[in-house]
Design a protein around this ligand. Structure first.
Ligand SMILES: Cc1ncc(COP(=O)(O)O)c(C=O)c1O
Length: 409
């Protein structure tokens, strides 16, 4: 049984320490999430008990770390329904996307090839492709969104050409919170001879992912947005495609041998992409986060967040001077503006009420043409948020239009 009040006890950031600590109403979960004790303990365990490097030592302690990293990788693979050899540890979603862009895009694209994105993408799924275009002569094109801001299979079909080589889109967009049908988009991409790259930064924390079922070619996400530590992320890639990816970072641990003439024999994936000492404590923590989320159940998380989202929308809809840009979002992302109040001012006002939200462009800087506004306030929910927190948000936003009066009252 999903019990949010029981779950909240797992998070030190949500502990008021018998009334001696102010617990924030944290509604900025799309930026990063709180960590449960189990994740903090797993991260500390690396430093307290297992501090040795991986894949380098010939002693028991180093072997223990090797075994743990291998087990963590298997746990990530199970979470995604992938094979262990298809899981690359990175520093986060941004690094994973850059690895695909530089390692696959720069290597395999040529002048005139087309890369399809949308205006709803995060900078980490736009700027690396700009670089690929700059370096190869490939062309960036945008799949038109519906008026609501959704990506549809029909619109992808309309822009696919024989030159389309990459379709790179988010599974859940970080401002509008719509779930894109990756399975159907991947099918269309494949029929046209392109690969499908999935930015799962905002989906992996919230919905069940099965990469075999989605049939995406690459999928990227960050640990810190799903209760894990910062500085650790994952790139999933189909093994045959990973073999075709050039390592964009090279160094110790990724090769079998090299010589003075510059000949290098790289290891097989994933080691080929894991040069240098990895974020081992981060890997321990990500493993614990995945175990924690899996224990609660991704289906339960998705269902609870949907319930919370619907509750929030039903309340916020009653505020006359509130513009909700995505009332039909499929996840817990609610993007708003209070009429006549600049988004950053509204966020500062909410901060005065102990409510944490994000304001601005949220790294999706192409979306302003779709939203027809430069800045918005983004409320993003996670499974540890409560209806009481939504009530507090509602009360604060009700007064938010009369901004200055409310701020100084
Ligand atoms: C959709 C999306 N993609 C990529 C990223 C980049 O994630 P990170 O900053 O953890 O690398 C984010 C972060 O907000 C995001 O929302």
């Amino acid at each position: 049984m999903f019990d949010v009040y029981k779950i909240r006890k797992d998070f030190p950031m949500l502990d008021d320490k018998n009334g001696t600590r102010k617990v924030p109403i944290y509604l900025d979960n799309a930026a990063t999430t709180f960590k449960p004790y189990s994740v903090i303990e797993a991260t500390s365990k690396y430093y307290l008990e297992d501090s040795a490097n991986a894949h380098r030592g010939d002693y028991d302690l180093a072997f223990k770390v090797d075994t743990e990293v291998d087990r963590c990788r298997a746990n990530v693979a199970k979470f995604l329904n992938a094979n262990k050899t298809e899981i690359v540890f990175t520093s986060g979603c941004s690094m994973s996307m850059n690895l695909v862009a530089y390692g696959y895009g720069v290597k395999h694209l040529k002048a005139g090839d087309e890369i399809l994105l949308t205006e709803a993408e995060h900078a980490s799924n736009v700027l690396p492709w700009f670089k690929v275009a700059e370096m190869t002569g490939a062309i960036i094109k945008y799949i038109p969104l519906t008026q609501e801001g959704r990506l549809t299979s029909e619109n992808l079909k309309k822009v696919m050409t024989k030159n389309t080589k990459v379709v790179s889109v988010a599974q859940v967009t970080n401002v509008l919170g719509f779930i894109n049908d990756i399975k159907s988009l991947a099918k269309i991409a494949h029929e046209g001879g392109a690969i499908l790259v999935c930015d799962a930064a905002q989906s992996a924390p919230h919905i069940k992912i099965d990469v075999k079922d989605l049939d995406c070619d690459f999928l990227a996400f960050s640990g810190h947005k799903m209760c894990g530590p910062t500085g650790i992320g994952v790139l999933y890639g189909k093994f045959d495609l990973l073999k075709k990816v050039e390592p964009f970072m090279t160094g110790g641990g990724d090769n079998a041998r090299f010589d003075m003439c510059g000949n290098v024999a790289y290891l097989e994936p994933p080691a080929k992409f894991e040069a240098g000492t990895m974020n081992l404590a981060g890997i321990y923590g990500l493993d614990a986060a995945i175990t924690y989320l899996s224990k609660i159940g991704m289906d339960n998380i998705e269902k609870y967040e949907e319930e919370l989202h619907d509750y929030a929308i039903s309340k916020l809809k009653t505020i006359d001077n509130l513009i909700i840009y995505n009332p039909t979002a499929d996840t817990g992302i609610i993007t708003v503006n209070v009429k006549g109040v600049f988004a950053q001012d509204e966020a500062s006002y909410l901060n005065s009420k102990n409510i944490c939200v994000r304001s601005g462009e949220h790294c999706a800087k192409l979306l302003k043409d779709v939203l027809k506004t430069v800045a918005t306030v983004r409320i993003s929910l996670y499974f540890y948020n409560t209806k009481e927190e939504i009530d507090a948000l509602y009360e604060a936003l009700k007064n938010g239009g009369n901004f200055l009066d409310a701020y100084f009252s």
